[in-house]
Write a protein that binds this ligand. Structure first.
Ligand SMILES: [Mn+2]
Length: 339
């Protein structure tokens, strides 16, 4: 549950501090961007100096979001990012639950910072290192939490079309266009409220989803025809991509976004994974149906984490070894997976 005391403390801190930094996680997604840009909009209206910092670049399909061009990308402007973090009186971490999701360059800066540290997030088991915790795992998205935080306060009158569009992006993308993590009436109450601010949900959907490059579409084709492995005995599937695959299709950040979900679209499959071979590690995404907990699965077998039905991890083993670990882990859950 979002605690009203924490929301009160958050707004008291906002009144108190002038210089605020909003941080989002590595590989920013629609939820992180939507949450930070809408919250920034509120804080700017309250005459705060507020910057959004992302560890690395957001995908192109979010480039239309107003204010995205002012997000400070640490890989491009590290000096500026570190200076802003150092000067900040208050740092709000949005859509991630531990400093480690910032990557090795920014993490120490956050740890050293004397700023008041706030988390606004919906991932399981947030770090204990935050001063103010606005975390609720039983919700669609961080954007929905930002909505809940503001709604019902004296700041509610600041909601505008700009904020509504951005919050809508986060809810749509974190629920896969209302196909998972979306069985709560509160999500639709929020959507209904945002719609009344005259946003064009259909246009936003097109801007976010109908943006494939030819290479990205062909990479998806490769994934489905050549790189998909189905393991019916475990109700499991996985897709893998090698470095060479990514190179061949001129991989751009975000090109594998959503690919993992196809493995779960097969009838009778209850867990799936996407293994992507990057420069010095294997990036893994997990998805599951129903009660099978891929947050616990990722934590136990790969020191990763996330949500019950969507999680991720990095592996330092080779691609083959990483896939082997997956297969061996599956055999421990055979009964839980055949539901
Ligand atoms: Mn999220």
């Amino acid at each position: 549950m979002l605690k009203t005391e924490e929301i009160d403390r958050l707004f008291k801190a906002i009144q108190q501090y002038q210089n605020i930094v909003l941080m989002i996680h590595r590989n920013p997604d629609g939820d992180a961007m939507g949450a930070a840009l809408s919250f920034q909009r509120l804080l700017v209206k309250l005459n705060k100096k507020v910057n959004v910092i992302a560890p690395n670049m957001f995908p192109d399909f979010l480039g239309w979001m107003k204010g995205s061009d002012e997000v400070i990308i640490a890989t491009k402007q590290f000096k500026l990012a570190s200076q802003l973090i150092e000067e900040a009186e208050m740092i709000v971490c949005m859509d991630f639950n531990s400093f480690s999701r910032l990557g090795t360059e920014l993490e120490p800066l956050l740890v050293q910072s004397k700023a008041l540290k706030v988390i606004i997030d919906h991932h399981l088991e947030p770090d204990q290192s935050f001063d103010i915790v606005c975390s609720e795992t039983d919700t669609s998205s961080t954007c929905e939490i930002v909505f809940q935080i503001i709604k019902g306060t004296i700041y509610e009158s600041h909601f505008d079309k700009f904020m509504a569009e951005h919050l809508y992006v986060g809810i749509v993308t974190d629920t896969g266009s209302f196909s998972y993590n979306c069985n709560r009436a509160s999500t639709y109450d929020a959507i209904s409220y945002l719609m009344k601010l005259e946003i064009d949900g259909e246009a936003i959907h097109r801007l976010v989803y109908d943006t494939y490059s030819e290479n990205r579409m062909r990479l998806l084709g490769l994934c489905l025809s050549e790189r998909l492995v189905v393991l019916p005995e475990f109700s499991a599937s996985f897709i893998y991509l090698t470095k060479e695959d990514l190179k061949k299709y001129d991989y751009q950040t975000g090109d594998t976004e959503g690919v993992v979900n196809y493995g779960l679209s097969i009838s009778g499959i209850n867990i799936t994974a996407l293994f992507t071979e990057r420069e010095n590690k294997i990036r893994i995404s997990f998805r599951s149906k129903g009660e099978f907990d891929v947050n616990a699965f990722a934590r136990t077998h790969y020191s990763g984490g996330g949500h019950r039905n969507a999680s991720g991890a990095d592996s330092n083993a080779s691609l083959d070894e990483t896939i082997q670990i997956f297969k061996e882990a599956l055999s421990m859950y055979k009964n839980q997976l055949n539901f």
